[in-house]
Design a protein around this ligand. Structure first.
Ligand code: SAH
Ligand code: SF4
Length: 418
């Protein structure tokens, strides 16, 4: 979501005549688009901001802006503590960037209830796949999460605006869109999320549709039917479980039990047998016991996700969980994280190995970053495939026979192209 927000900022700046530079020393304006989801992201930003101070002292006309969720949370404090910063603006005020640059210094962190009507021109890289915001904010208030406080209440864009943006992308040659929202399943404008998917599915030129993130509580039978029936919806869903323990899920305010979750997984697998399911897991949530951890491990063994993102709980100031006592020993949490990642690595590899010998449709994205001389793309189930082929295939759907499976990618042989 932040990367796409940066694309929107780049779009606004381009319209004002700015050009991107790869060299920080050459920049007239530097924007830090910050994330505050976990402490680690915040630390990274702090050290970068410190480093840039020297540059500003050498180049006084350089303007520095802090955007994103840290900007939203800390507001004016950033200017006080870091006088080398000129502008501070939150994720709901990206549309003010242009006006802000006309001033000497400014802080923009007010709520923007009209955000769903701001159709900003995003400057995207390449022309194969694109992110498209369909909604902003979140109403869920999971007890550990800062997002509802920084991105505000949930607001959905009118479906016509989304449709028009995607038609524009198709005209430019884009083949894949990923619809973005903190909880896309609760999209609610002139239509619901399945209604939006049906509308987008008919856009000529767009071959694939993905979406993140789905909240398990709001995953409806109607949506499962859409993934099954609409040919462009890819067979992959990111469905964050967070914990296998009902006690912890309740403390997290997730709004579902493990039973509810696996019932949805069962329905998904029954309707779409080859669907890939990925998830997020948090370890070390306040009061989590060895028993809660074992239940999560059991859940991972039983569901067999295609991939997971696992995080150590990070207390975020202002959230309910940050106030909860009984914090967990750092060493225990680290070991639990190692256990979870180790187990999942084995599962992911096993699942990838099962694809050996199969033929997979791959949308070619570009040159492989890891495998020199090869090109790369993804299966409909979102697995990375590297293979030998000409870069003229970029943007094309090809058929690949999977030859080798690794944990994070597959290797294959080009069979045919469409
Ligand atoms: N809206 C999405 C997720 C947004 S944040 C959803 O509900 O699925 C992405 C992931 O970061 C979350 O799924 C959660 O696993 C993790 N996360 C959020 N806040 C966190 C915190 N305080 N500590 C550790 N992980 C956190
Ligand atoms: Fe955060 Fe929960 Fe909203 Fe996701 S659904 S953004 S985890 S509050």
């Amino acid at each position: 979501m932040n990367v796409h927000d940066s694309e929107k900022m780049a779009g606004i700046l381009k319209a004002k005549g700015y050009a991107e530079t790869a060299n920080t020393e050459d920049a007239d304006l530097i924007i830090f688009n910050t994330c505050s989801i976990r402490q680690k992201a915040e630390q990274k930003f702090r050290s970068e901001l410190g480093r840039i101070k020297l540059l500003k002292s050498k180049k006084p006309l350089l303007k520095i802006a802090v955007a994103g969720c840290i900007a939203q949370q800390k507001g004016r404090d950033i200017l006080k503590k870091s006088p080398h910063v000129d502008y501070v603006f939150g994720p709901q005020n990206i549309h003010k960037l242009s006006a802000m640059l006309a001033t000497n210094a400014m802080v923009c962190i007010e709520d923007n209830p009209e955000i769903q009507h701001t159709n900003l021109p995003a400057e995207r890289k390449g022309n194969v796949k694109a992110w498209v915001s369909i909604m902003y904010g979140c109403n869920n208030f999971c007890s550990y999460c800062i997002v509802p406080y920084t991105r505000g209440r949930e607001k959905s864009r009118p479906s016509r605006n989304i449709f028009e943006e995607i038609c524009g992308l198709a005209e430019k040659g884009f083949k894949e869109v990923t619809l973005l929202g903190q909880n896309v399943n609760s999209y609610n404008s002139d239509t619901n999320f399945p209604g939006l998917l049906r509308k987008i599915n008919v856009i000529k030129g767009i071959e694939r549709i993905r979406f993140v993130t789905s909240h398990p509580r709001d995953l409806s039978d109607e949506l499962i039917l859409c993934i099954k029936e609409l040919p462009k919806i890819c067979e992959h869903i990111h469905l964050p479980l967070q914990s296998g323990s009902d006690r912890i899920l309740k403390l997290m305010n997730r709004g579902y039990t493990y039973e509810d979750y696996i019932e949805k997984v069962r329905k998904l697998k029954e309707s779409i047998p080859h669907i890939a399911i990925t998830t997020d897991i948090i370890t070390g949530f306040p009061s989590e016991t060895d028993n809660d951890h074992s239940i999560t491990i059991k859940a991972l063994r039983s569901i067999e996700f295609d991939g997971i993102f696992a995080f150590k709980f990070s207390p975020r100031q202002g959230t309910k969980a940050a106030e909860m006592e009984e914090s967990i020993n750092e060493e225990i949490t680290s070991q639990q994280l190692i256990d979870i990642v180790g187990l999942q690595n084995d599962i992911t590899l096993r699942k990838n190995e099962a694809l050996k010998g199969t033929h997979q449709e791959v949308l070619v994205e570009g040159a492989s970053k890891t495998d020199k001389g090869k090109i790369t793309g993804r299966t409909r189930t979102n697995k990375i495939v590297n293979f030998e082929g000409n870069e003229s295939l970029i943007g094309r759907l090809v058929n690949i026979e999977i030859k080798t499976a690794m944990r994070h990618s597959l290797e294959g042989r080009l069979i045919s192209q469409s």
